[in-house]
Design a protein around this ligand. Structure first.
Ligand code: HAM
Length: 473
């Protein structure tokens, strides 16, 4: 059981200090002596610029899809009352039992760093009277989640999710469209995924199924681990999630949820599958897929890499499902809903393994080299003019020698270098150097932006061979 005590905040807020609040040793997780430098907590990481190109690819793709499918962006708080998650995610789930960052805040309230955001989205839906708006209400979010998970490949304690949630419509097309959005987003990023899918029906048909499941596993109780025995007692559906070898073997003969679905649930599920087939979305029926959270009803699904990428293929890139009872559970009117979330860290890793690495920002095409403070002053202004004209430009304002600035320009692979010395400042001119030919020309500094724009545009023009059909048409 996760030990709450470690995270109980001091009642009185004292002045912040720079000293880390807990070393690895104090957390009982690290080995060796504490470093003399501040260290990251386990399962937390810095995301540096070498990954930002892939992060931008995810962020930009997601935003494009959200806009195309009319989902509205919401920003939900990272800290919520702990009760919101305790009531909705399920008592016997790993997230609630072991992984919540839960502590008492300075006002003596039990609060939690959000382990996921669907509960918050449902809370916001109720709090802001969205029940009375035209339905569906479609929202999307992006941001950090926190789970005190066991750190390993693809598992962090702070990780980022993008989520799409659709409230107010119970039609199977909603489930299918969300799955289509997920799959197409992955494809657009360059990742091929398949969908694992199951239906866990309504809470009524689940009760009948669970009675059967419990009696099956009771007969094989001796073969179960302590953890699975506890699951069987507390939250038997979770046993389908078990990673224990013996349990997975027993599951092969266990009763399957799909056989306990009532007619309406069956019909709903069949429709979802038909829509997916219509859209040629590859799916695999997985009768053991129940997802790690308790609010789900009917359709549940996960996005997994279609190609084998070793360890990475074992964890889903995203998952979701229908949660028709959640809004009511939080005190709202009965409201059907469906959604999914994808984990950015796992996606970024999969992109890296596939060698997809877009640049973080456009490479500079122009370099500004200066000689002395007078030309630095002009340079500052010129920089702004180039920025406004949309030309990526680089500089080394801190350097004094022209040679080392030109070396910089060469390394960056720019097309043009602008050189501004004392004489040029006095004359109101500037030198444009073509880095490929080495040719230089002196131009009026006031016209340099326009001239550079023209030169760069010429570089990008396709070369038309003389005497081609285009020339004569
Ligand atoms: P979830 O399956 O718990 O669902 O998380 C969704 C995704 O978040 C996972 O597939 C994974 O990519 C990422 N993820 C989860 N835990 C970690 C971790 N420790 N480290 C790195 N990535 C992780 C939910 O959270 C639901 N709220 C999804 C949903 C939305 N259902 C309906 N609407």
């Amino acid at each position: 059981m996760f030990q709450k005590k470690k995270f109980v905040a001091a009642k009185k807020v004292t002045a912040p200090t720079l000293a880390p609040t807990a070393t690895k040793q104090e957390e009982g997780e690290g080995e060796g002596s504490p470093s003399k430098y501040p260290e990251l907590l386990r399962g937390f990481r810095d995301i540096l610029s070498d990954e930002q190109g892939r992060w931008n690819l995810v962020r930009d793709t997601v935003r494009k899809f959200a806009e195309a499918y009319s989902f509205d962006r919401v920003e939900l708080p990272i800290l919520e009352r702990a009760d919101l998650f305790l009531r909705t995610l399920g008592k016997g789930t790993d997230v609630v039992e072991k992984e919540m960052y839960i502590f008492t805040d300075p006002s003596n309230r039990s609060v939690a760093l959000r382990p996921e955001a669907t509960a918050s989205a449902a809370r916001a839906y109720i709090n802001h009277g969205m029940l009375d708006r035209p339905q569906p209400v479609k929202m999307w979010y992006m941001g950090p989640m926190f789970r005190h998970d066991r750190p390993q490949a693809g598992r962090y304690r702070q990780f980022n999710q993008v989520g799409f949630e659709s409230f107010g419509v119970d039609e199977a097309i909603v489930d299918a469209q969300l799955i289509v959005i997920g799959v197409q987003m992955f494809r657009e990023m360059g990742l091929d995924v398949k969908v694992e899918i199951n239906s866990i029906g309504t809470s009524e048909c689940r009760t009948a199924y669970l009675a059967e499941l419990v009696s099956y596993f009771r007969a094989h109780r001796a073969k179960l681990s302590e953890d699975d025995k506890r699951r069987l007692q507390k939250n038997p559906l979770r046993i389908l999630d078990s990673k224990e070898e013996a349990t997975r073997e027993l599951l092969k003969e266990a009763p399957q949820m799909l056989n306990w679905l009532d007619e309406k649930s069956k019909e709903h599920f069949m429709k979802v599958l038909e829509f997916l087939e219509e859209m040629e979305i590859p799916y695999v029926l997985n009768p053991y897929l129940v997802r790690g959270l308790d609010y789900y009803t009917h359709t549940v699904f996960e996005f997994v890499l279609a190609e084998d990428q070793g360890e990475l293929s074992q964890s889903a890139l995203g998952g979701g499902g229908r949660y028709d009872g959640l809004v009511e559970l939080l005190g709202g009117r009965p409201t059907p809903a469906c959604g999914f979330a994808i984990g950015i860290e796992r996606i970024v890793k999969a992109l890296e393994v596939k060698g997809i690495n877009p640049p973080e920002r456009p490479a500079p095409k122009v370099f500004f080299a200066q000689l002395g403070d007078a030309s630095r002053r002009v340079g500052l202004k010129l920089f702004e003019e180039f920025r406004k004209a949309g030309v990526p430009i680089a500089e080394a304002f801190g350097k004094n020698s022209l040679k080392s600035q030109l070396e910089n320009a060469n390394k960056l692979g720019v097309e043009l270098t602008l050189i501004l010395g004392q004489k040029e400042v006095l004359d109101g001119t500037i030198i444009i150097r073509d880095m490929e030919s080495g040719g230089q020309e002196i131009v009026d500094v006031k016209k340099v932006v326009a001239l550079v724009l023209r030169k760069l545009a010429r570089e990008e023009e396709p070369v038309i061979p003389s005497g081609s059909a285009v020339a004569s048409s």
